[in-house]
Design a binder for this molecule. Structure first.
Ligand code: HEC
Length: 258
């Protein structure tokens, strides 16, 4: 390469030195693994919220809004525990739960049923199933599932806002050194993650208040993933494969207006 060509070189992903390419590649690779782990984590926690594997709209509603139609006790008495008591006893239990699970009614009418029908399995050596000889364990299952608490919502919101902004600062900075990407596409890919991040987190709060917003959470998450996949692929391609395919150095500047 002669001197004039050397001066011609402009700052872009393709022309970066190997040291900085390795630095960027190391970062992009570990962030990708982190992203996949985050997806696995979502599948294993939120994905199981409705008892079935795989992420569904119901999972999101259960995680954020909760399942306020009934308590676990009522759901079980109509489900897998149905055969353990007579219909009259089950109705009595369900009515008690719906009326607010008062301790007075418990002592008078409920405890005898629990004692005769449930405690033979739900006892101190119940092997992981709640012990109903202790009232507190039963009481916990009479409350409707209210979804995520405002306290946890605040905690995960601030962690995600700080953490994900940082991730996209660097992913975007690397991608901004790409060349030949149409301007509108480049600008949108860089700004999209921030818009979708705010949308995603705002929709957690909205879904906590109203389950109809659950779809917005999926939309926000999908938008983030698309922007990430796009910037990741273009950056890796331009650093390691583009010059070999173009068969000449890239003379476009990614930093200054050409
Ligand atoms: C023959 C044993 C047996 C009897 C009797 C029994 N249960 Fe259960 N119960 C289980 C087992 C096993 C599980 C865990 C599996 C499941 O959830 O279906 C369970 C789970 C439950 C759960 C869910 C607990 C949780 O943390 O999710 C509730 C609520 C429950 N039982 C209520 C009752 C009530 C009320 C009675 C009495 C009317 C009763 N059970 C009688 C065996 C029993």
């Amino acid at each position: 390469m002669d001197k004039s060509q050397e001066i011609d070189k402009k700052i872009n992903l393709c022309n970066l030195g190997t040291a900085i390419k390795l630095l960027f590649t190391g970062y992009l690779s570990t962030i990708l693994i982190g992203y996949l782990m985050a997806l696995a984590q979502i599948l294993m926690t939120h994905g199981m919220a409705d008892g079935k594997f795989g992420l569904s709209l119901n999972d999101i509603v259960y995680s954020y809004y909760g399942n306020r139609s009934g308590s676990t006790l009522e759901q079980k008495l109509n489900g897998s525990m149905k055969d353990n008591a007579s219909d009259a006893e089950r109705f009595k239990l369900i009515q008690w739960v719906r009326d607010g699970a008062s301790t007075e009614t418990y002592a008078k009418e409920i405890q005898p049923i629990i004692q005769s029908r449930c405690v033979l399995c739900h006892n101190t050596n119940g092997n992981g199933i709640p012990d109903f000889s202790d009232y507190a364990n039963l009481q916990k299952l009479t409350e409707a599932n209210q979804g995520i608490t405002y306290q946890s919502l605040t905690r995960v919101s601030h962690i995600h806002l700080f953490g994900i902004s940082f991730i996209f600062m660097f992913v975007g900075l690397i991608f901004s050194l790409s060349t030949g990407v149409p301007k509108t596409l480049k600008y949108s890919a860089i700004i999209m993650p921030y818009l979708f991040l705010v949308l995603d987190i705002a929709s957690w709060w909205l879904t906590k208040l109203n389950p109809n917003f659950a779809l917005l959470i999926i939309l926000g998450g999908t938008g983030l993933a698309i922007a990430f996949a796009y910037m990741w692929t273009i950056s890796m391609y331009q650093m390691w494969f583009m010059e070999a395919i173009l068969k000449h150095p890239d003379r476009r500047s990614a930093v200054f207006r050409d």
